[in-house]
Design a protein around this ligand. Structure first.
Ligand SMILES: Cc1cc2nc3c(=O)[nH]c(=O)nc-3n(C[C@H](O)[C@H](O)[C@H](O)COP(=O)(O)OP(=O)(O)OC[C@H]3O[C@@H](n4cnc5c(N)ncnc54)[C@H](O)[C@@H]3O)c2cc1C
Length: 388
């Protein structure tokens, strides 16, 4: 057990802080109001080399692990960029792991270097309106037609599809009725988003307005066979491979967001004078902040434990789920406490904490809900009967 960051990890944190510094809270507030994608921030992260932190060296990355990626994502969120900054690069940091692990050498060389350089952006298209968290029930089909697959169906909540060049898409290649297990017959594609054959409709939502969320309507989008990742029918297994790192990164982002909220709240509580003294001198203000800080620190430890286990190749399903759950709940309490600390000004956009609160629902809901994590821990850790 070692709770210190090593030299490489400290340098990633320091570099990330320097990259984020010019993109202050005012920048993110303006992006949130305009809804404009933070292309310049994405480019700055790419130019620093950090986009490739967890990508293999042969495609231009640094070949580091999920631990280093988690440090990066926490630092981005903690800078005040919150989920807007984190989600602007998230998919490009670790989302293409199925291609890294299961893609051929030709696919990796063709698909990944431009992501690391920041010349292309990727999105991840799994969720569907009629399947929800029950992923094996997805209805989007990919039917073989010569040397292509033809994709038809709908996806929902797909982040960054407005600006993405390519999408990692999960679709059914063998009908549900024809497979022995529901997890079979799903395939994974990483392919250009052919806008002539997919309508991308923006969803008006609660927060993180700079990073779009979308409904996708595929109407016979043709995908070359060469863009199938791994074997046909094994897409679910490949997606599962990326679930734990995804939860670890979201957990790290939630910790960063919560820490940003507490930092702002503590600063306000030191300065705001009412009844002749700083409001932070009242324990009714100080103690909730202290408690929120402690909960975030504890969640951060679980994030790093899960990341360390993953990088060592050890089983980390329970830890990754617990990290995501604890971090998201701690971030929510931190953001809510930050608003209460600011009193009326907490409700004003000027102090940024209302934006943080709107954003902190994202790690609570996605990529898996708290209820499903509690289902997982009940069944897999506590050996209780499966409830669904
Ligand atoms: C901002 C945002 C960005 C997103 N980005 C992406 C993306 O880029 N790509 C992508 O593919 N998806 C994305 N998602 C989708 C996200 O992963 C899903 O919303 C999430 O997995 C929940 O699925 P659902 O919305 O269909 O909820 P549902 O499955 O409809 O569930 C609704 C509620 O019922 C509860 N519930 C359902 N079944 C059970 C049960 N058995 N026991 C207890 N409770 C249950 C759930 O916990 C949840 O609270 C994003 C979502 C958001 C909000």
């Amino acid at each position: 057990m070692d709770f210190e960051l090593n030299e490489t990890q400290s340098s990633i944190r320091d570099l990330a802080e320097r990259v984020c510094a010019p993109f202050d809270d005012t920048y993110w507030m303006e992006r949130d109001l305009s809804g404009e994608f933070p292309h310049d921030f994405h480019q700055a992260v790419a130019a620093s080399g950090l986009l490739g932190v967890a990508m293999p060296e042969e495609v231009g990355g640094s070949g580091l692990g999920i631990t280093e990626a988690a440090i990066l994502m926490r630092t981005i969120a903690q800078s005040g960029a919150g989920m807007s900054g984190a989600s602007a690069v998230h998919m490009n940091i670790f989302g293409l792991q199925p291609v890294v692990v299961f893609g051929t050498a030709e696919q990796k060389a063709r698909m990944l270097p431009q992501l690391v350089r920041g010349e292309e952006k990727a999105c991840f298209a799994v969720t569907e309106p009629d399947a929800g968290l029950n992923t094996t029930e997805i209805k989007t089909r990919a039917e073989r037609d010569g040397d292509h697959y033809v994709i038809t169906g709908q996806k929902i909540w797909i982040s960054t599809a407005q600006v993405a060049d390519r999408a990692l898409i999960l679709a059914r290649t063998t009908p549900l009725e024809s497979v022995a297990r529901k997890t079979q017959g799903l395939s994974l594609f990483y392919t250009p988003l052919d806008r002539a054959r997919v309508e991308i409709r923006k969803i008006h939502k609660m927060g993180r307005h700079a990073v779009d969320s979308n409904m996708l309507f595929f109407d016979g989008m043709r995908v070359p066979v060469g863009d199938l990742i791994g074997k046909e029918g094994e897409g679910f297994r490949m997606i599962l491979h990326g679930l734990n790192p995804e939860r670890i990164l979201i957990g790290a982002e939630a910790v960063g967001l919560g820490m940003a909220a507490i930092r702002r709240a503590a600063a306000y509580a030191r300065e705001r004078v009412v009844f002749g003294r700083p409001i932070g001198q009242n324990q009714g203000i100080a103690h909730p902040l202290a408690r929120a800080h402690m909960n975030l620190e504890a969640a951060a430890l679980m994030v790093m434990k899960a990341a360390t286990l993953y990088d060592r190749g050890s089983e980390c399903g329970a830890e990754a789920n617990m990290a995501k759950f604890l971090a998201a709940e701690a971030a929510f309490t931190a953001c809510e406490t930050a608003i209460q600390t600011h009193g009326g000004m907490g409700y004003s956009a000027e102090y940024h904490v209302e934006r943080y609160l709107r954003e902190c629902f994202i790690p609570r809901i996605a990529p898996v809900s708290p209820q499903m994590i509690m289902n997982f821990i009940s069944e897999k850790v506590l050996d209780l009967p499966r409830s669904y």
